[in-house]
Design a protein. Structure first.
Length: 520
């Protein structure tokens, strides 16, 4: 009976070894017979329009010391290293003391980075090197906020795929060259080719910094996009107290008067008004319930036509125009212009608007001059660019294409969507061009450069109430008016020298335009 019992137990144990535990035992056996090494791929680079790197890789090495293999004493070893890498001992004194004084610690990797020429001068038993790939920014901090956003958004593509080498080893761990080695090849990360123009980006950052100081603003942003492709040419955000955010896409704002050309476009496109529209009630404040809507300068412009309503940035005229647009039509275009959603820009950190669930009469009236709703600056620029792009909405993108080991990969872009008819665009361009060329800002416009643009000042709601002590000044436009090369928005948050976009954001816009005209 006992023999039968032993036989049964043996059978059960064999079953467990061969069936139940077979996989784990095989893995354990392989781990004892083979050693596996990771092959780390190169992270992809990020490049500007001229193919120069904005982010690249640089190879460095960390030095590792294994006491059992040393043939010289540690003091001698450190002195020889210090002769090649001055200040090595000084920078690692605490670690050296601990490593030298602890007889039980056999191995230590020092954090100091060595270059390839430096490690070639160090040939000591017990001293080895670990290869380290680090990110290198050839242009220092240029476009740093954009690059950080790209690194996060495209992390998977930039990272590539780790490879492995599985090689047989003997009892003491040495590789057996006579037996087969298995390789799983690594795949390097893709290179990102952006639409960022390096020289323009540098000039934008310099000009915006100067503008923040001159106009004593809390923060400011500039976005320049190719009017027809949607490629971002330059994007910069600066804050007096840096937060690390890209406020051009992260912070919401009420656009104010720069929204007025879109309202006129909606009114014309829906045949709510005609091109020869004359304001019927522009001689007095416009009353809605308990609210009196008046103009920014407290002046009135009776019988204004569309050109003068935009030129004078007439709030009363805009409310009169909005009264002719049905709520359904307004909301239809508001959604078609994607003012209720993210643009889908390929950067991390874009904010989403919070659209109203219900629009009261007063909400529609204030929306006519860009108050009472909030979007981020890129979302607004995407919408305004439909005028520059002959009525078509296009998605903004930073990366134009990938460069991989197997060649170029073009990125899929959303097909352009027509929002406004040709006749509408033709009319609104005339209006914008007129408002620039006959208004006070014409003195800022460089000679022989055609501009279609609009200034804006939006009050910021604090504690649920609007106040003149917190405003966002802005200027948006494109050049030339026909076949535009670029569309640009400049915003300044709470400028102290003047609250008006025409006196703060506009001068920055025109200084940049003068520079852009020579490059685009």
């Amino acid at each position: 009976m006992s023999i039968i019992m032993i036989f049964v137990l043996v059978i059960i144990k064999l079953f467990f070894y061969q069936v139940i535990w077979s996989y784990s035992l095989r893995e354990k056996s392989l781990s004892q017979m083979y050693k596996t090494e990771k092959v780390i791929p190169l992270r992809g680079e990020i490049r500007a329009t001229d193919d120069s790197p904005l982010v690249a890789n640089i190879t460095n090495y960390k030095i590792a010391i294994y006491k059992p293999n040393l043939k010289l004493d540690l003091i001698n070893i450190f002195n020889q290293i210090n002769a090649i890498k001055p200040d090595f001992i000084k920078n690692n004194q605490n670690a050296i003391n601990l490593f030298t004084g602890n007889i039980n610690q056999k191995w230590y990797v020092f954090p100091t980075l060595f270059t390839d020429p430096e490690i070639k001068q160090i040939d000591l038993d017990g001293v080895s090197f670990e290869k380290i790939e680090t990110r290198y920014y050839p242009e220092a901090d240029l476009a740093k906020i954009i690059l950080n956003g790209l690194e996060a958004y495209y992390n998977k593509q930039l990272s590539g795929k780790t490879g492995f080498i599985m090689s047989p080893k003997d009892a003491v761990g040495n590789t057996l060259l006579t037996q087969k080695t298995w390789n799983i090849n690594s795949t390097n990360g893709v290179n990102l080719h952006t639409g960022i123009h390096k020289n323009i980006q540098y000039y934008v950052e310099k000009t915006l910094k100067k503008g923040l100081e001159e106009y004593q603003a809390d923060s400011g942003s500039v976005i320049i996009m190719n009017s027809h492709s949607g490629n971002i040419i330059s994007m910069s955000s600066l804050e007096a107290s840096p937060s690390g955010k890209n406020i051009a896409i992260s912070d919401l704002f009420e656009p104010g008067s720069i929204f007025k050309p879109l309202i006129v476009s909606i009114a014309l496109d829906t045949n709510s008004i005609k091109a020869d529209y004359i304001c019927p009630r522009c001689a007095t404040p416009f009353k809605i319930g308990e609210f009196d809507i008046t103009n920014w300068d407290e002046k009135f412009h009776p019988s204004s036509d569309l050109k003068d309503i935009i030129k004078n940035s007439d709030n009363i005229g805009m409310v009169n125009i909005m009264e002719n647009i049905s709520q359904a039509k307004f909301l239809e275009y508001f959604q078609k212009l994607k003012l209720t959603q993210k643009t889908g820009i390929d950067l991390q950190g874009e904010s989403k608007p919070y659209p109203k669930t219900y629009w009261y009469h007063i909400d529609l009236a204030t929306a006519a001059f860009g108050q009472g709703f909030a979007v981020n600056q890129l979302q607004f620029l995407q919408a305004f660019n439909t005028i520059a792009n002959n009525g078509y909405l296009i998605q903004p993108k930073v990366v134009d294409h990938f460069d991989t080991d197997n060649g170029v990969v073009q990125l899929k872009k959303q097909a352009p969507v027509q929002i406004f008819k040709n006749e509408t665009i033709s009319e609104i361009k005339k209006i914008l061009k007129y408002s620039v060329e006959t208004g006070p800002l014409n003195r800022l416009k460089p000679n022989n450069i055609e501009v279609c643009a609009k200034s804006g000042t939006a009050q910021v709601a604090l504690g649920g109430k609007y106040t003149d002590s917190a405003v966002i000044a802005s200027y948006v436009g494109f050049s030339p008016c026909d076949n535009a090369k670029y569309t640009m928005i400049v915003t300044l948050n709470n400028p102290k020298t003047s609250i008006w976009g025409s006196q703060t954001a506009a001068p920055i816009w025109y200084e940049l335009t003068a520079y852009l005209s020579n490059l685009l």
